[in-house]
Write a protein that binds this ligand. Structure first.
Ligand code: GDP
Length: 197
């Protein structure tokens, strides 16, 4: 897929206020600082479509962008930021589960994980939640430029092993680097293919 246009549509604090039409959408989510904004900018060939936030965990908004007038790219807030209270964590969980359980036009979520780290409970639990609720998702490994090719293979293999402890099948996964522009075609082709089904 070639990116012909990418425009910001709206930010919402409630799922009920998200666009009401049936345009298919793809949601990007991951821990704060995983490289989500950089990835969105890389995928869409834009320098600052998604704003890199100076205050991680503070912006709890659902951001819709329209790509090629065909599909929505949805930027969800980063999770797992340590410096928030229990109450706001609960509120955040509800906000996110509302999104995933109510957005019928969601084709697939993408869970972003930093390729340098061992599988983290918070990400595995989140994938478990998606799986149990029948929400299709893929994994996007970010910051691949930080590792040598054989280390990339080892880390991905470790991740797959961990997933296969609870899953019979692996979700689709993508290896990306926003700074080296790796993985753009893989992710966009996946979106293209699933969007036409
Ligand atoms: P977000 O909080 O998930 O939106 O993450 P950002 O996109 O703001 O990135 C967090 C930090 O990781 C920033 O310092 C980025 O420069 C850095 N970063 C993001 N993507 C990459 C990447 O592909 N490679 C490298 N080396 N650094 C990255």
């Amino acid at each position: 897929m070639k990116i012909k246009s990418a425009e910001f549509v709206m930010s919402n604090s409630e799922v009920a206020k998200c666009p009401k039409n049936r345009i298919p959408e793809y949601a990007f989510i991951g821990r704060s600082n995983v490289g989500k904004s950089s990835l969105i900018n890389m995928l869409t060939d834009r320098k600052s479509l998604a704003k890199t936030s100076g205050r991680p965990g503070k912006t709890q908004l659902i951001n819709h962008f329209i790509i090629n007038d065909e599909w929505y790219l949805v930027d969800l807030p980063g999770y797992g930021y340590a410096r928030v209270s229990k109450t706001s964590k609960k509120k955040f969980q509800k906000f996110i589960t509302n999104y995933f359980e109510q957005r019928q036009q969601l084709v697939s979520a993408f869970v972003l994980v930093d390729i340098r780290h061992k599988p983290q409970t918070i990400d595995l639990e989140f994938m478990q939640y998606l799986g149990e609720n029948g929400i299709p998702f893929g994994i996007i490994f970010t910051k691949a430029d930080k590792l040598k090719p054989n280390a990339i293979d080892n880390h991905v293999e470790d991740y797959c092993k961990e997933l296969l402890k609870t899953w019979e099948e692996l979700p689709p996964y993508f290896i990306t680097s926003s700074s080296k522009k790796i993985g753009q075609d893989d992710v966009l082709n996946f979106i293209d293919a699933t969007n036409e089904e």
